[in-house]
Design a protein around this ligand. Structure first.
Ligand SMILES: *Cc1c(COP(=O)(O)O)cnc(C)c1O
Length: 404
């Protein structure tokens, strides 16, 4: 079972809005797109940030109008672009091919589409994400804007960049913001455009522990206020006075990771060689995708007596790599004991997979401490409904009756 606590969501929101007058958060759907979770963020004032046609539909189905959706990502079909343009979504173009397609789509609609472009740039963070957007230093971004400014069907109003994830150095954002403002000034003076929005993406870390990290997260992870101070002061120092474009923040992980707990129980115990105890849990790596990068905190769900010892934790899957923790210090526990794995609120309930076993239920724990089911445990029909059995493979009734 997953538990998601409805604790103070939006840690750090006021750190931005008290320092810069024009801030809008956009909830990154792929971080956790359970309907209840998106609805909490929308209720708190976030618009939606989506990276696919599927996520766009999800936001619309939750009642979010197109103009409150930021549509990012390298893959937007013509049909999806058309819908986004007709509903006035904020569309950030990722490549020249997408730019040409967007122009054709707008032309076919007889409408000038307002767009943004995504930039990639050197912010001193490596590896650099060349995959997304137009390269700023190699002038691709300028060429893209030049192309847009010549088009009757496209109008540029925003610049976007999402420079990385789990960023530990606020200075990278200072470089990003400075470069975006320099670029804005350059294109506005040389080409026909006015930039209304600067979207700096997401990337703030959570208090998760990166594998191989020596320092605990409390020391390694800067407070969100440090990011806010750096970003807002760079904006105020570099923007012309009186010019305050809307700042979009697409913060995902930072806002939800620590709200999520995976509650699992011990199903079996085994002795490994070298006096090592292994416990089997009822939930494994298919529900803990971010375990590829993090060493989670794993604690007994009940207070237990006994001397902690080094233990191995296996998941329930019939797969040797299903190891939840290779080596962890835990007090002795018995079958049925609960264990709590944290923080797992970001990127797990979107990247989990149905493999071998059903995915667990997700409950929301409210401020009053009550539990609300927001995704029930899966059942067979959830998995088999999209399937078809060709006629010739259907059980043969005749054969069935001959056995009767
Ligand atoms: C994934 C993503 C985000 C959210 O990133 P976090 O690191 O979780 O804050 C924001 N913007 C874009 C374009 C993304 O792809």
């Amino acid at each position: 079972m997953y538990g998601l606590t409805l604790y103070i969501l939006f840690p750090g929101r006021s750190s931005f809005s008290t320092q810069y007058p024009n801030v809008q958060f956009a909830w990154s759907y792929k971080t956790n797109y359970l309907n209840a979770i998106c609805s909490i963020f929308h209720q708190e004032g976030s618009i939606a940030e989506v990276v696919s046609g599927f996520e766009y539909e999800k936001a619309r189905s939750l009642g979010i109008p197109g103009h409150k959706i930021i549509f990012n990502g390298p893959h937007k079909s013509d049909g999806e672009l058309q819908r986004a343009f007709s509903e006035n979504a904020v569309v950030n173009i990722d490549s020249f091919q997408e730019l040409y397609r967007a122009e054709n789509v707008a032309k076919s609609m007889g409408k000038t589409a307002t767009i943004g472009i995504r930039l990639n740039m050197d912010t001193g963070t490596y590896p650099r994400w060349y995959k997304f957007g137009f390269d700023l230093e190699r002038n691709q971004a300028f060429e893209a804007v030049a192309r847009i400014s010549k088009s009757k069907w496209l109008s540029l109003s925003g610049l976007h960049a999402h420079i990385g994830t789990f960023m530990l150095d606020p200075k990278a954002y200072a470089i990003q913001v400075r470069k975006m403002i320099e670029f804005m000034t350059r294109i506005e003076s040389l080409l026909d455009c006015t930039i209304d929005t600067l979207d700096i993406g997401g990337g703030f870390p959570s208090k998760n522990r990166l594998k191989g990290s020596y320092m605990p997260p409390e020391i390694a992870v800067p407070k969100v206020e440090e990011f806010a101070d750096t970003i807002c002061s760079t904006l105020l120092e570099n923007l012309p006075s009186g010019r305050r474009p809307k700042l979009y923040l697409e913060t995902g992980r930072h806002l939800i990771d620590e709200a999520g707990y995976l509650i699992t129980s011990l199903i079996a115990e085994k002795q490994l060689p070298y006096n090592r105890t292994a416990y089997f849990l009822d939930s494994g790596i298919t529900n803990l995708y971010t375990g590829n990068w993090y060493d989670f905190s794993i604690r007994p769900g009940e207070t237990t007596d006994g001397i902690p010892e080094i233990t191995t934790l296996y998941g329930p899957l019939c797969m040797n790599i299903d190891v939840v923790a290779e080596s962890i210090s835990l007090p002795p526990m018995s079958v049925g004991s609960p264990l709590v794995i944290w923080p797992v609120g970001a990127y797990n309930v979107t990247q989990w997979m149905q493999f071998i076993t059903y995915r667990p239920a997700v409950v929301l724990i409210t401020e009053e401490g009550t539990m609300e089911l927001i995704r029930r445990r899966e059942k067979l029909s959830d998995i088999t409904t999209p399937e078809e059995i060709p006629e010739h493979l259907l059980p043969n009734e005749h054969e069935g009756s001959s056995h009767a």
